[in-house]
Write a protein that binds this ligand. Sequence first.
Ligand SMILES: *Cc1c(COP(=O)(O)O)cnc(C)c1O
Length: 400
Amino acid sequence: MAPDTATLRPAKTPDVHQAEPIPAAARAEIDRLLATGDLFRYTAPEGAPVAQLEAEFADFLGSRYALAVASCSAALFLALKALDLPRGARVLIPAFTFAAVPSAVVHADCVPVLVEVGETLRIDLDDFHAKLETADAVLISHMRGHTSDMDAIMAACDARGIPVIEDAAHSLGTLWSGRKIGTLGKIGCFSFQSYKMVNAGEGGMFVTDDPELAARAVIMSGAYEYNWKKHPGLQNSFHHWQNKLPLYNMRMQNLSAAVIRPQIPEIPARVAAGQRGHDRVAARLAQHPWFEVPPALPQEERAPDSLQFLLRGFDSDEDARAFLDAAARRGVAVQIFGLSPDNARAFWNWQFLGDLPDLPVTRAMLMRACDLRLPTRLSEADLDHIAEGLIAAAAEVQRG
Ligand SMILES: *Cc1c(COP(=O)(O)O)cnc(C)c1O
């Protein structure tokens, strides 16, 4: 059947690939840095923008230590190295995550063990408990901000003395029983890549309350010679590790910190806007049988900048693809993780891992799970346009 042309309004198509704008307050500091050439974080004797960002971020999260690095992937790698895991250590990760996560595990000479993720978009706890028996560490990606059951995960890991790293790249501002996500495990990792809540183009953060882990990560991130003196913390620990650890040089530079710092106070407003936008579209979709939006867990207060939902009643891949095409014709850019070619979040594309396990639960979910960016800047009219476009697209395909 021909699409209903009344719903085709490409002129109003919201740009869902836009990133967060940089506050004007960043300009003066960037000009100062450009004028002085003071870009390296360890040149100034104290108070470098990167050091100030670390203090502010630690304060925002309520963590004792924060280390700014080049990316969240770098933070994940340093987290695994800081834990001093033996070569070949088995690290549990969700099978639904971004390819950079298994990559960080491989980079740290560990072996990723993929755990099933079902239609809740959270780790499957039965598979998790079974695989935990032979695990040395756990790296939980709260993928797209969907928090796995951290009460169950922390209880099981604490009982066995297994360290937990949280990949909170998409969870800045998310709360779990009132606590900030990224502070529940031993180490939390965040991203400032442009499609995350805080946009610096690139950048990452490593947080922990453990002074030894902090000291090891600071040195390995590239605090060579006595540069670690510019980090707060136990100076004895730094001295102990000096020259005993490799320098991977994954530092952040001052310009990135100048871009990030004025965005930190904006996080609460962005979280609130993200929640409003997500819930507005989700509520509309919930009125139709074709969409299922995974609900938040009772402990979880989300900070979404995107929306995921599962298609219901689209039994063939052809029907699912027809839905995507019909949405695209209405100006709504939606993807299905498993149907877009070479998607970096579909585990079967992680060929660098060698033999890939069969994970039927995750595979089935990825073949019907839709991914839609919802930048916090979208207006209510933009959000309604998106919701109406999705509903009309599903109706078109279902009418056949
Ligand atoms: C973006 C992302 C990463 C990687 O972050 P970078 O800063 O780009 O390295 C890791 N994990 C998840 C879940 C992400 O969304």
